[in-house]
Design a protein around this ligand. Sequence first.
Ligand SMILES: [Zn+2]
Length: 145
Amino acid sequence: MGKKLLSQFSTLLIISLFIGFVFYSFGLNFFIGIGVGVVAQFALYHAFLVLVNLYAALENKKIENERIKEFSFQSMEVTCPCFKQKKEIIPIRLNANNQYKCSECEKTISVFITPETAILTEPIVNTDLTVVNKLIQEKLANGSA
Ligand SMILES: [Zn+2]
């Protein structure tokens, strides 16, 4: 840690000295050059830190959004069996017992998932109204008879 600080300090000093010499070679004050060098380096370092933090915040936000998206695919709205019938959206996992704590009655609630099956039916393609009208007329004729 001390070694790192020393190397950082010497880097700061070398760059500041260089800027001092540049100032001096342009006929300006050498020590003002060093001062400008030190300030500029601190400003740059600060700007760098700000950018790094901004980048980290953006990345975190991205991860958070991904998690929310993922969560929305694996969650369900359930109703607590307590008398308050509190509705809550809870995460659902198929490889574990699903439990949650009701925010109203503060009891632990188990969630049971029962799969239901149904045969998918084909939609009616024929929308010819004359066929439908004929069927209705037939029904009416049979009904009146
Ligand atoms: Zn409840």
